[in-house]
Ligand binder design. Structure first.
Ligand code: GDP
Length: 333
């Protein structure tokens, strides 16, 4: 901690949520440290430009000694573990790396906290995910998954995250550490990577409307997701860390929409009523096992934490398309 202010260490600082969270923590007066991976990581310059107040520390979730050093340097009151191999499709091609980073990386971080004597002084947020539910044992039709629902992950990513979730809970129960898991349903926005379907669509819609591209190639269009806005979700993470007790919370909107629904709203934003002539499908973007439907029930986070969302589904699509239109207008490529 610096000068009596709170300090936070954020892993995954270069990702979508890392950016939103860094901004929120900075506004709350924290000293913000971010863990960045590897030599000459091009995303490091991006963070330095967009979030100049973040102090970067080099480290990797698979390298336990680097985490010990990061924890010593930052001496954080709160750690947010957002780093992961986070793309479901990529995890099918790289299952072993996914297990090392997304699964065992959580253990390495918890050990860094415990073995440096910070079990009582450092609170840890673990980024758990709706992908742990898998959509099969959809045991609460119409109401959505909650903190009591059964897990049945359908991808190497989901399986690795489930290990992270349980080892986090185990450290809470075994060592009395303040470790909370946020089980977050899909959360998107203008900072989402282009490899995720929402941003891939909004970027393509912007480019199609400007005549820079004539179609988009996607995988399956029927899966349904509970899509919210990332800016709302990082506030929920922070609220979990301020709560009196460590616990697990689902963050979701309580509504689910298909990719077709997303396409309809996104194309409508640029005045295109029928998106079908602009969309092709390719098995390349289909998964060996698909999660058919995700719908979450955020009642506990709303009642216990007072968590609120400000952006609804149409607002999310609008915000993303408008952002991408502005960006695509400003570049010639
Ligand atoms: P996920 O829910 O964490 O897997 O988030 P994604 O945005 O990667 O995928 C959401 C859904 O969109 C999944 O059911 C994907 O199979 C489906 N999908 C369809 N076409 C695409 C595509 O071209 N890219 C991605 N990433 N997903 C696609």
């Amino acid at each position: 901690m610096t000068n009596g202010t709170k300090s936070a260490l954020v892993t995954g600082i270069t990702g979508q949520d890392g950016g939103h969270l860094a901004q929120l923590l900075h506004e709350q007066g924290y000293t913000v440290y971010g863990l960045v991976r590897g030599q000459r990581n091009p995303k490091k310059a991006e963070v330095e430009r967009e979030y100049p107040y973040v102090e970067l520390i080099e480290g990797d979730l698979t390298d336990a000694t680097s985490l010990f050093r990061a924890v010593e340097v930052a001496n954080p009151s709160e750690i947010y573990n957002l780093a992961a191999v986070s793309h479901v499709g990529y995890s099918f091609d790289n299952p072993s790396l996914t297990a090392d980073v997304t699964g065992k990386g959580v253990l390495n971080l918890l050990e860094a906290v415990r073995l440096t004597g910070r079990s009582e002084s450092t609170r840890v947020y673990q980024a758990s995910t709706s992908e742990m539910f898998g959509g099969l044992d959809y045991n609460r039709p119409g109401r959505g998954y909650n903190e009591q629902s059964l897990f049945h992950p359908r991808s190497p990513y989901g399986v690795a995250k489930l290990y992270g979730h349980w080892i986090a809970r185990n450290y809470r129960e075994s060592y009395g550490m303040f470790v909370s898991c946020g089980i977050l349903f899909n959360h998107e926005g203008e900072r989402r990577g282009l490899e995720f379907v929402t941003r891939k669509v909004t970027n393509a819609v912007a480019r199609i409307s400007l005549g820079k591209q004539d179609h988009i190639v996607l995988g399956d269009l029927w899966p349904k997701r509970d899509w919210g806005y990332a800016g709302d979700y990082v506030r929920g993470m922070w609220q979990m860390m301020q709560h009196s007790e460590p616990d697990d919370f689902v963050l979701a909107t309580g509504q689910t929409h298909s990719i077709e629904d997303f396409l309809t709203l996104a194309f409508a934003e640029v005045g295109i009523g029928d998106w079908r002539p602009y969309v092709q499908q390719d098995p390349r973007f289909m998964r060996p096992a698909e999660v058919d439907i995700l719908l979450g029930d955020p009642t506990k986070a709303e009642t216990v934490l007072g968590w609120e969302r400000y952006v609804d589904f149409p607002g999310l699509v609008n915000l993303m398309v408008m952002h991408d239109l502005e960006f695509e207008r400003s570049t010639s490529r």
